[in-house]
Design a protein around this ligand. Structure first.
Ligand SMILES: Cc1cc2nc3c(=O)[nH]c(=O)nc-3n(C[C@H](O)[C@H](O)[C@H](O)COP(=O)(O)OP(=O)(O)OC[C@H]3O[C@@H](n4cnc5c(N)ncnc54)[C@H](O)[C@@H]3O)c2cc1C
Length: 455
């Protein structure tokens, strides 16, 4: 087991272990006591026991894609799972057993090529399953196929006490319940996910895309919001405010990605949108051949590496006037790499959720992804996000943990009863607050957790 101690490692080696795998280049000034590069469950157990011995906290990193770098915590032992990548597939029963640092692209690359199966992991290729699934996982076609964590059948964990356990609906149910929506407050280390898989569409993915000028913003946005309820349930629908590569003007881009099995089915699914679209597109395509691999390439371009990011999000009230509430966010981006996103959640948002920690969502998911390169833009870009969110907040019912930074803003993340149950489970399994938990301002929330109030 490789341990890199802050006080004895060479500074460059320590710095690389501290933040080298953190996606957001707006690096935190937080300094773990040591980084353990785990390659097996025994390493994780040893690292937790080491933290106990040193009387310090444990932080965990799977894919390193937490926007707020939740894995980087002062005086902690950071267990980095980046070198612990394993999977096995039972294709007949459509089940995969996967370690948490495996990314969506790694898993699907193997599943699609070898078995024509897939798992709805994060849209960005390199997001780790670890953090993604703990938060719920807004994966491919979340509106139709539900939350990715609904496909978690079981987990293996190492507890805050250093014990290896299996958790599912029958044993250690409370940890299994918490693992589907607690996010970074999960009171143990997940070492393996047991996942239900889906068949990959026989003819691949298909997409339709429509770019509108801002003069068409309200008309096109209202069209897509009104079209979504009742639209084909194997189709993901998103509206994005962005600067296209070849333009200096912000556009409204509406994208449908359908995961029907045949090209004919895809065409039938996408036709109602094409036939009813408002006139005036600047560029458009209909039912174009696509694939997960190509989608990952686009996502990676939209979320480039080695950049600085500030992100926030909200679930808007179901009856909100979405285009109006989001007008400022979509039409006044502070940087040409920034974008604003509306992600349709209906009908997932209208179904009863399984009994799990994740318990708040709505028809309209909104997120701001502010992307820039130069440190001198930090204050301006972060200030803009904060400012816009102040005006969106009154129209929201809560937020998704995955795109949140509790140091900047807090709201409601779970129903009241689920929030209370989660607090009890955390106290039961981690009474001393060994696992770092939610990173609020000053990193003081400990086992108390978040207030979970939409003020
Ligand atoms: C470019 C980009 C695109 C994204 N796209 C999506 C998307 O499409 N859908 C979506 O839902 N989210 C998305 N996200 C958000 C993403 O899911 C979260 O940031 C998530 O936390 C990333 O997981 P990770 O394992 O890569 O991160 P990490 O930073 O490694 O983990 C985040 C935190 O989760 C906890 N954690 C992670 N692994 C474990 C474990 N094994 N045991 C216990 N606790 C653990 C720890 O508290 C850890 O600090 C995106 C993020 C980025 C940067």
């Amino acid at each position: 087991m490789q341990i890199i101690w802050r006080d004895s490692a060479d500074p460059a080696g320590y710095e690389d272990a501290r933040v080298g795998r953190v996606f957001n280049h707006r690096r935190p000034k937080r300094y773990p006591l040591a980084v353990v590069k785990a390659t097996c469950v025994e390493d994780i157990i040893a690292a937790v026991k080491l933290a106990k011995e040193k009387n310090c906290r444990v932080a965990v990193r799977s894919g390193g894609h937490s926007w707020a770098a939740w894995s980087v915590r002062d005086e902690s032992i950071l267990i980095d799972l980046g070198n612990f990548k394993q999977w096995t597939v039972d294709a007949e029963n459509r089940v995969a057993k996967v370690t948490p640092s495996v990314t969506g692209r790694e898993l699907n690359g193997m599943l699609v090529d070898e078995y024509r199966l897939m798992f709805p992991g994060g849209h960005c290729p390199d997001v780790g399953l670890g953090g993604f699934l703990l938060q719920g996982g807004m994966g491919w076609n979340c509106r139709g196929w539900g939350w990715a964590c609904e496909r978690v059948k079981a987990i293996d964990v190492v507890t805050a006490d250093g014990e290896a356990l299996h958790c599912n609906q029958e044993q250690n149910q409370d940890l299994y319940w918490a693992a589907r929506g607690s996010g970074p407050g999960f009171p143990a280390v997940v070492t393996k996910y047991h996942l239900d898989l889906i068949q990959y569409p026989k003819d691949g993915l298909r997409s339709s895309g429509y770019f509108y000028p801002l003069s068409k913003y309200h008309e096109a946005f209202n069209w897509i919001v009104n079209l979504t309820p009742g639209f084909d349930q194997d189709t993901e629908i998103v509206a994005v405010g962005l600067y296209p590569r070849d333009s200096d003007e912000i556009h409204l881009f509406i994208l449908f990605v359908t995961l029907k099995h045949t090209a004919n089915e895809a065409q039938a699914a996408l036709a109602p949108a094409h036939d009813s679209r408002p006139e005036g597109t600047i560029k458009e395509w209909f039912c174009k051949e696509d694939s997960l691999a190509d989608q990952y390439v686009s996502q990676k371009k939209a979320n480039p590496e080695a950049h600085r990011y500030c992100v926030d999000n909200a679930y808007l009230q179901n009856d909100a006037d979405v285009p109006k509430v989001l007008e400022e966010a979509f039409t006044k981006l502070p940087h040409r790499k920034a974008f604003a996103l509306w992600y349709a959640m209906d009908p997932c948002s209208r179904r009863e959720l399984p009994d799990m920690a994740l318990s708040v969502h709505s028809d309209h998911y909104f997120a701001l992804y502010t992307v820039w390169e130069d440190e001198r833009d930090d204050e301006r870009c972060q200030g803009w996000v904060k400012d816009v969110m102040k005006r969106v907040h009154p129209h929201a019912v809560g937020a998704y943990l995955g795109d949140s930074d509790f140091q900047v803003r807090q709201t409601q993340y779970w129903s009241q009863s689920s929030g209370e149950r989660l607090r009890d489970i955390r106290k039961k399994w981690d009474p001393t607050g060994r696992i770092c938990g939610y990173l609020d301002q000053g990193d003081v929330s400990g086992i108390r957790g978040l207030d979970n109030v939409h003020a």
